[in-house]
Design a protein around this ligand. Structure first.
Ligand SMILES: Cc1cc2nc3c(=O)[nH]c(=O)nc-3n(C[C@H](O)[C@H](O)[C@H](O)COP(=O)(O)OP(=O)(O)OC[C@H]3O[C@@H](n4cnc5c(N)ncnc54)[C@H](O)[C@@H]3O)c2cc1C
Length: 468
């Protein structure tokens, strides 16, 4: 007999859970309140231009093995464009390349890093000192530094203020959406260790060639082939809880019954689905109200001419953090589309579209001289207030497990499984964290395979750790 799992939330976590449950022979019922899949990593049709635009530029890295596997399952891996070089603007036009070279990990960036002009030789020595500490410390250092800020770690390796502003912070802001001073050290250390040092492919950056929402098109077929159902425009209102187990999820169009329930919604949304009795019964639900969120601003710019000659450009020390250039077809009526990204965008929340455009343009002019307001055909801003949970020091203590721990004498709601990038994934708030949580939840339900293996740590990295 087919077993059914109801999954609430059609973001990356819910999609990952659904396709894995389907693969294991279960029938997933995926319930999503919106008209499309993707949650925070999706796209929308812009009414003014008619174009399908992403809510913001999303990037994956080579170390994100689970989101890569999800794309592979959805047969869209070919739609990801991989970039081996990241460009850093120096102001006034010139820029530095940080490229993966011929040397083995962890020295694969060494050659291009040595050639960067953004940092003086003494600053490069400081950065190298920081990396050496990260390399030697590995996972052990992450445990040791957990609960403290990354700024404290940087201080322990005597990083100058300019180096923090122009090197460490731009990376931490992009990956964790908070500055080093506010970031859980374990999360930032993981980004630099597993994202840059551990493997040659780890730091390769991937962006989707098609709108994000299109990446998930195959999910419906996979779900339906397993006897499941994709219910868009359906909001879960509450779990029906009998004191021990969940018996159904009450939606605006009826009750969905299932043997198991995966909640793949953000913590504040999950809190709304659970009664006080249910929250009391399961300690994983005790911390839902304690999460804080950080905003991200995405600005789409249609340009009259090709002003960017590189696919990406970091703007170290500026309020706009990254620019990504996208090719467009002749029918678009403009020559290039640029997506500007402002992480931790708290200061931008109350600005008008015109003010945002002016600020982003000023940063673009700093990086790419000659760009003027006349080059902009139109701009659109998308402000996501709850873009990520805040990777504050100690946050991992409030991130709940997927399932009730085996042998937990206080018990919990056994047929409730938690997914979402905010759960206990060991990753910052990313699509990789979301995909991991979805795979882990599906594995807990079905008993089939769980999260995909990380990239193997390079031999020289392992060797360096032997002598730490
Ligand atoms: C602007 C922005 C930029 C980002 N950039 C990156 C990046 O470059 N790289 C990266 O890895 N990550 C990035 N992230 C983070 C990434 O998007 C998220 O970590 C990830 O998408 C979270 O997925 P999720 O499935 O856990 O949650 P969500 O995407 O939030 O999915 C939850 C889903 O549940 C649905 N839902 C909520 N309540 C109900 C209900 N009651 N009933 C039914 N459905 C419900 C929601 O509509 C939503 O679709 C970015 C996020 C934002 C917002």
């Amino acid at each position: 007999m087919k077993r059914t799992v109801a999954i609430i939330g059609g973001g990356v976590a819910g999609i990952a859970a659904a396709v894995r449950a389907a693969e294991a022979g279960w029938s997933p019922i995926l319930i999503e309140t919106r008209t499309k899949l993707g949650g925070r990593a999706t796209s929308f049709v812009d009414a003014r231009s008619g174009l399908e635009l992403d809510n913001c530029q999303h990037v994956v890295m080579g170390c994100c093995t689970n989101i890569i596997e999800l794309y592979d399952t959805l047969a869209v891996l070919d739609e990801i464009e991989w970039m081996r070089t990241l460009w850093f603007a120096r102001g006034g036009g010139p820029r530095d390349a940080l490229s993966i070279g011929a040397l083995p990990a962890p020295m694969h960036y060494a050659w291009s890093f040595a050639r960067m002009k953004l940092y003086s030789w003494s600053e490069k020595a400081a950065i190298a000192r920081g990396f050496l500490a990260i390399l030697r410390g590995g996972a052990v250092a992450r445990v040791r530094w957990r609960g403290r800020s990354f700024a404290e770690f940087l201080q322990s390796t005597q990083q100058p203020a300019r180096v923090i502003e122009l090197f460490w912070d731009p990376v931490v802001l992009s990956a964790c959406n908070v500055s080093s001073a506010k970031c859980e050290a374990a999360h930032a250390l993981k980004v630099f260790d597993e994202g840059m040092l551990a493997h040659r492919f780890a730091g390769v950056v991937g962006v989707a060639r098609i709108p994000l929402a299109r990446l998930y098109d195959a999910a419906q077929k996979i779900i339906e082939a397993a006897g499941g159902e994709l219910r868009l425009r359906t909001s879960a209102k509450a779990f029906a809880f009998d004191g021990t187990r969940i018996t159904g999820v009450v939606c605006d169009d009826g009750v969905v019954a299932a043997q198991a329930f995966i909640a793949a919604v953000p913590p504040d949304r999950l809190a709304k689905l659970c009664s006080a009795t249910m929250c009391q019964a399961d300690k994983r639900l005790h911390t839902l109200e304690q999460f804080e969120f950080s905003p991200i601003l995405g600005v789409h710019l249609a340009m009259k001419r090709r002003v960017m000659t590189t696919a990406n450009l970091a703007l170290p020390g500026r309020a706009t953090h990254w620019l990504f250039a996208h090719e467009v077809t002749a029918e678009c009526g403009f020559a290039q589309r640029i997506e500007a990204v402002v992480s931790a965008a708290d200061d931008w929340m109350d600005l008008s579209e015109a003010e945002i455009e002016a600020r982003v343009l000023a940063d673009m002019q700093w990086a790419i001289p000659g760009v003027t307001t006349d080059d902009i055909v139109w701009s659109r801003r998308v402000l996501e207030k709850h873009a990520t949970f805040v990777s504050a020091p100690g946050v991992d203590l409030i991130r709940p497990r997927t399932r009730v721990a085996a042998g937990d004498i206080k018990g919990g709601v056994e047929n409730l499984y938690l997914a979402g990038e905010w759960t206990d994934t060991d990753w910052p708030s990313t699509m990789e964290g979301a995909a991991r949580s979805g795979f882990a939840a599906a594995a807990s339900v079905t008993g089939a395979r769980g999260i995909s293996a990380d990239l193997p740590t390079a031999a020289l990295v392992r060797f360096a750790r032997l002598f730490s």
